[in-house]
Design a protein around this ligand. Structure first.
Ligand code: SAH
Ligand code: SF4
Ligand code: F3S
Length: 460
């Protein structure tokens, strides 16, 4: 079979990262080999994100650039997948006629068939953007790196993998495009998830992150008839996989965070002491306009419970600054929440109007300059807090799983709290990717920690 080169560029969240991996695996049997260079590739796939306007603009400007690459490399095929594809559909090809394929979020399994049709001489393929909620089996098909349909094969040295447990979202937070681009919530059968985790661990994977837009409501919307497993129960089952060192999950909506689930942090040894719990605003008035269905007080109670169950838990969050109608008073409440929780880290964004969402028709926008100024105030304070939080780890000995060589001869890995840790190896011991090593922390920055690899017996 003729070999061809494939370049996939992924934007947005981990769902897209996982989808790109599946696309790569699906195309392998057709002779497509991943390459780093986009300009000379035979097939370029943009797996896109439309969560904020900027993310979408990036896609269109990159498509403009790709038109030039294609004029020098006329055989190039161009495909747009992901959330922009789902929302824009045929508009993409109307604006960018050099795009050959548009593939919606639940249609990635059609890519090989689409390529085959193009190879057979068909042009003008219609966008595949059906968001049919009854499609439960196909989206979760496992495809191995070698193209077999049973094994999710990690690459050598790949010690951490995502495992999708659900697709879509039913929450309709008023600002968010995800329910429109990913469709209704569908939970994947427990047995499939457990099989995939077991297979990965057998192949040397040490860390699994369970993935979904709203994992806390796993199993609530379409409990498999005689299998009503909720997310806490699923976590317990996955956690019991022999040989699984680290378990994480993302992302969570605080409204569905049960006490049972929080208790898992006390009970499950391999569940990492790290939790990303997006709050979005510190003002109850704004939270209600956002349709988040919890109050700041309820959020704080959950933070308190989490810290009771797992005192060393590192908490992160997402924050939207400048939601329509956000007053200085609302923003002050957000800053107060930051001071109260003192998140280890956060992702904060200026509110961006998204077509088709309820917030886009609220009116009452916050002026761009005000948004930018509030965002910097928030981020500056978060940076100070992150630094102070990271200093709490000084002199601690953390288990770090090695990810590879970093800069200046240092090695780099992740702690169970998901901090990036740089470290220098001692006594000419070369660590390997995926090794668990103990590191004594002697430096703390805003976004990472640094220390020295210690050997057993060195602790005292
Ligand atoms: N499922 C996750 C969030 C997914 S989107 C949750 O429920 O929290 C990732 C983040 O993008 C969100 O947490 C939010 O902070 C941000 N975001 C989503 N829509 C946005 C918008 N219209 N403008 C700015 N930020 C947005
Ligand atoms: Fe978007 Fe809300 Fe669903 Fe998260 S829970 S994906 S913010 S609608
Ligand atoms: Fe973006 Fe879609 Fe993920 S909008 S954040 S790629 S679900």
């Amino acid at each position: 079979m003729k070999q061809r080169s494939l370049h996939i560029k992924t934007f947005g969240c981990q769902m897209n990262e996982r989808d790109s991996e599946i696309i790569e695996q699906l195309l392998f049997p057709l002779g497509f080999i991943p390459v780093a260079d986009m300009q000379t590739a035979d097939l370029v796939i943009l797996n896109t994100c439309s969560v904020r306007a900027k993310a979408e603009q990036k896609v269109y400007s990159l498509l403009g650039q790709i038109r030039q690459y294609k004029s020098r490399n006329p055989g190039m095929l161009v495909a747009v997948a992901g959330c922009v594809a789902q929302q824009e559909k045929e508009r993409i090809m109307q604006r960018m006629p050099h795009v050959n394929m548009v593939i919606g979020t639940r249609q990635i399994y059609k890519i090989p068939a689409m390529i085959t049709r193009i190879d057979a001489g068909q042009t003008n393929l219609k966008p595949e953007v059906d968001l049919d909620d009854t499609m439960q089996v196909q989206p979760f098909l496992q495809v191995g790196r070698n193209g077999s349909q049973s094994s999710p094969s990690p690459a050598p040295g790949e010690y951490k993998k995502f495992v999708t447990i659900m697709q879509g979202c039913n929450n309709f937070c008023s600002y968010c495009v995800v329910p429109l681009t990913r469709g209704r919530e569908v939970s994947r059968p427990v047995a499939d998830i457990l099989d995939e985790v077991r297979l990965l661990v057998e192949q040397g994977v040490k860390e699994i992150t369970l993935l979904g837009q709203n994992v806390n409501s796993y199993g609530l919307t379409n409990p498999v008839a005689d299998d009503p497993v909720n997310f806490a129960a699923l976590l317990r089952l996955v956690s019991a996989t022999p040989g699984l060192n680290r378990l994480r999950f993302t992302t969570s909506n605080p409204k569905d965070l049960s006490d049972d689930l929080m208790r898992c942090f006390a009970e499950l040894e391999n569940l990492c002491p790290q939790f990303h719990l997006p709050v979005q605003s510190g003002s109850n008035r704004i939270l209600s306009l956002m349709n988040r269905k919890y109050t700041v007080e309820e959020y704080l109670q959950k933070v308190e419970a989490l810290r009771r169950y797992r005192p060393d838990i590192a908490l992160g969050t997402d924050m939207i600054i400048g939601f329509p109608g956000e007053t200085e008073e609302d923003f002050a409440a957000t800053m107060r929440l930051l001071e109260t929780v003192r998140f280890h880290g956060s992702f904060s964004f200026k509110y961006s109007d998204r077509p088709g969402t309820r917030a886009a028709s609220l009116g009452n926008p916050v002026n761009e300059e005000v948004k930018s100024e509030r965002l910097s105030r928030f981020q500056d304070r978060q940076d100070e807090i992150s630094l102070a939080r990271n200093r709490e780890y000084l002199d601690h000995i953390l288990e770090v799983i090695v990810e590879g060589k970093g800069k200046k001869g240092l090695w780099q890995g992740r702690s169970s709290t998901n901090h990036i840790v740089h470290f220098s190896p001692v006594r000419s011991q070369e660590p390997h990717r995926g090794d668990a090593v103990m590191v004594r922390i002697d430096k703390a920055g805003q976004h990472s920690l640094a220390g020295t690899h210690i050997q057993e017996g060195d602790e005292s």
